[in-house]
Design a protein around this ligand. Structure first.
Ligand code: TYM
Length: 372
């Protein structure tokens, strides 16, 4: 098996999350921490119960700050290279829950600059336009407009630049190379860019004029940025940002690699017509036998099944039901068609509601935007 690669730009291969925790030097999300969260929230979000979020940096610290009366802000983002897919929605859905439970301000960065610089095929106009398309998906999830601040790097550059250059001054090229794997052929915009993604870690503190703890929910691929941000924070007089990491929702072609917008057949986009969603699910890779006969005889393997993973992590919250599906599949009694129908029904319902909310978001977009 190939070594899995996890940089913010490339996630391929079967991912060993325990190895990643070691490799990145993050901490596993323990039962003890989950219980601490529960103390404040009353219940646990299904993404926590099902361990879709599995790793963190300094989560215990941020909860302690909260207990002491210091509210934390949330920060996450999107590189607007195209439409949003349901993998992207994972950290955002979780942020909405955190905002409700902890009454957090929420800062959302659209890195239209990053996607322009890294993608030879995209113009600045395109990434900038996608920033606002993607913002509709964020707003559609129901965030509080009074406490949610979405910004495109290009349109909020004046504020961000001042913070970015302070970060940049404290990061050497050799550190950036070691953390992000930059080569001599990498354009210099990309080499500077990590300081732009680091800037919002300190933005709440800059805007408020006092130190604000910041928690970043995102998939683990973004962690290299937080390593840099955390190194620099004390030098600039800010708190180190805390992070909580989710796993990748797999692409529909199978368990190796993540759902990726650049492979459109393997991803379900927030703007896909419901019929298209259904079609994509029906074509997806499963853990079932090649034929019904083989499935009945040998049973299936939910461990490699994308349909099962979507149900387990997001769309089937009922513990009893998910166990029935899992065990039934292994015994060869639950068939791929049934699981596909179940997922399609749930996903189509979700997408339909999301698309309605996305339309409504167009009328209120301005209320959420930070611009210079
Ligand atoms: P981007 O656009 O690649 O991804 C947006 C968010 O989605 C997460 N993600 C996934 N989560 C689950 N399953 C998947 N298949 C999947 N694919 C992507 C990413 O981890 C990310 O949280 N440079 C960033 C934009 C950014 C950002 C941030 C992200 C700027 N500031 C702060 C997170 C936090 C990017 O290109 O993300």
């Amino acid at each position: 098996m190939d070594e899995s690669v996890v940089t913010p730009w490339e996630v391929e291969g079967e991912i060993d999350y325990n190895k990643l925790i070691k490799q990145f030097g993050t901490d596993i999300l323990t039962e003890e921490l989950l219980n601490t969260i529960k103390k404040y929230t009353g219940d646990l979000h299904p993404f926590l119960r099902r361990k879709l979020f599995f790793s963190h940096r300094d989560l215990g610290w941020i909860l302690k700050k909260y207990e002491e009366g210091e509210k934390f802000a949330l920060y996450t983002g999107r590189g607007p290279s195209g439409h949003t897919h349901i993998g992207h929605l994972v950290p955002w859905i979780f942020c909405k829950w955190l905002q409700d439970k902890f009454d957090c301000e929420f800062y959302f960065q659209m890195t239209d600059d990053e996607k322009f610089m890294m993608r030879p095929d995209l113009t600045l106009e395109q990434t900038h336009a996608f920033a606002y398309e993607n913002a509709l998906d964020v707003i559609a999830l129901g965030f509080d407009p009074k406490k949610t601040f979405i910004f495109s790097d290009i349109d909020y550059a004046k504020t961000l630049y001042k913070i970015s250059i302070q970060v940049a001054k404290n990061v050497t090229t050799s550190t950036a190379k070691a953390v992000f794997g930059f080569k001599n052929s990498t354009n210099i915009g990309m080499v500077f860019f990590p300081s732009v993604q680091a800037a919002p870690c300190f933005l709440p503190s800059v805007l408020k004029g006092y130190n604000v703890p910041v928690l970043i929910p995102a998939a683990i691929d973004q962690d290299p940025y937080w390593r840099i941000s955390r190194d620099v924070a004390p030098k600039l007089g800010y708190y180190k940002p805390a992070a909580i990491h989710n796993m990748f929702l797999p692409g529909l072609e199978g368990p190796s690699g993540k759902m990726s917008a650049s492979k459109s057949d393997t991803a379900i986009f927030s703007v896909d017509p419901p019929k298209e969603v259904d079609k994509k699910i029906k074509r997806a890779f499963t853990g079932g036998g090649q034929t019904i006969k083989e499935h009945k005889e040998k049973g299936g393997n939910p461990g490699v099944c994308t349909i099962y993973q979507y149900l387990y992590f997001i769309f089937e919250d009922d513990n009893k039901k998910i166990k029935e599906i899992h065990d039934g599949c292994k015994r060869g009694e639950v068939f791929c068609g049934e699981c596909k129908n179940l997922l399609s029904e749930k996903l189509v319902k979700f997408i339909t509601t999301h698309q309605e909310n996305r339309e409504k978001a167009k009328d209120v977009l301005d209320k959420f935007l930070l611009k210079d």
